[in-house]
Write a protein that binds this ligand. Structure first.
Ligand code: IPM
Ligand code: MN
Length: 360
């Protein structure tokens, strides 16, 4: 298969982890005779430095022309600590999601046996946890009207949802639940928010067309607690933009590190694949960032094009690296490996047909 992939490494550790994801994709291309072509474009703080714009027109065009986009990370402390900044790196990512119509962000959560005992959470609580968060990505409080008064004494962010915006992601989430363990949990704050009540009404209606799926409702405050208390109860979690953002960072603790969580953002045209972690500026340039979230995002990219065996090959290699403790410091306090070491191990493992060396 020929694929044109837009690469948007972005800020902080983005370029380092994307480099390893490309290395792994190149190994897959070689092993399975595919042709992956990469086209780099700038986004985020680095794009502001270069052009004044966090999402230059050229970047948007490269993304629109590509079969898929692989995204690194975005954000820079010089903007985080400046509430008056008019242009922010995050605007680049938000505009990209909106312009490309990437309304559904899919964030799977899995556990690795080799990491269970390293978690801060009890092994019996987290073992075999497997759920996926369907986060609405192009609406809600992120995209509603924003205001800040002239005198600086008032500000507001409007949270708005339409029936169409709810329905399209709800259908995707129900379809996912249908081929998984047939349970869907809608997370909202329907005891307080009008938008949540609209979500409940629509999702209850849509549920009638998926009779095999068991629908449950959970308020977001309770959901935050249940995710840590009893994560195995979840199969598919469907939720609005901001709740999904918060709950997915929380859920990453179950896996062992936020450096493990991948995501796919899909819509009507193209698709984008990105780790859920941020730009981790403290680690920039140190070759210590965990590349697995970016690499597992590349596996989700392959799944998207129905290259299931190829995607599975990446996941098997990742599992092997974790099993052998060939991991970065977030997962490995002693004898840790570098970002590059992990990428090299994975690409070697993928290309070593007999697995002669590593399987010994
Ligand atoms: C994420 C990130 C982004 C978000 C930021 C960088 C705008 O936290 O992808 O989860 O809030 O969506
Ligand atoms: Mn986030």
């Amino acid at each position: 298969m020929n694929l044109n992939i837009a690469l948007l490494p972005g800020d902080g550790i983005g370029p380092e982890v994307i480099q390893q994801a490309v290395k792994v994709l190149n190994a897959i291309a070689e092993k399975y005779n595919h042709s992956f072509e990469f086209k780099k474009a700038s986004v985020g703080a680095i794009a502001i430095d270069e052009t004044g714009n966090p999402l230059p027109d050229e970047t948007l065009q490269i993304c629109a022309d590509a079969d898929a986009i692989l995204f690194g990370a975005i954000g820079d402390p010089k903007y985080d600590n400046n509430p008056n900044a008019k242009v922010r790196p995050e605007q680049g990512l938000l505009k990209l999601r909106k312009s490309l119509g990437l309304f559904a962000n899919i964030r799977p959560l899995t556990t690795y046996d080799a990491l269970i005992h390293k978690s801060n959470l009890k092994a019996e609580v987290i073992k075999d946890t497997n759920f996926v968060i369907y986060r609405e990505l192009t609406s809600g409080i992120y995209f509603g009207e924003k205001q800040a008064s002239e005198d600086g004494n008032e500000a507001s962010d409007i949270c708005k949802y339409t029936v169409e915006e709810i329905d399209r992601i709800a259908h995707l989430a129900f379809k996912a639940a249908q081929v998984r363990r047939k349970k869907l949990t809608l997370v909202d704050k329907a005891n307080v928010l009008e938008t949540s009540r609209l979500w409940r009404k629509r999702v209850a209606e849509i549920a009638k067309t998926y009779p095999k799926v068991n629908l449950e409702y959970l308020f977001v405050d309770n959901a935050a607690m249940q995710i840590i208390l009893n994560p195995k109860q979840f199969d598919v979690i469907l939720t609005e933009n901001m709740f999904g953002d918060i709950l997915s960072d929380e859920a990453s603790v179950i896996s062992g590190s936020i450096g493990l969580l991948a995501s796919a953002s899909i819509g009507s045209h193209t698709a984008m694949f990105e780790p859920i972690h941020g730009s981790y500026p403290q680690a920039k340039g140190k070759n210590i960032a965990n590349p697995l979230a970016a690499i597992l995002s590349a596996a989700m990219l392959l799944d998207h094009f129905e290259l299931y065996e190829e995607a599975e090959t990446i996941r098997t290699a990742v599992e092997k690296s974790i099993e052998l403790n060939i991991t970065t410091p977030d997962l490995n306090s002693t004898n840790h490996f570098s970002t590059t070491n992990v990428g090299n191990f994975l690409s070697d493992f993928i290309l070593d047909d007999e697995n002669t060396f590593y399987n010994k």
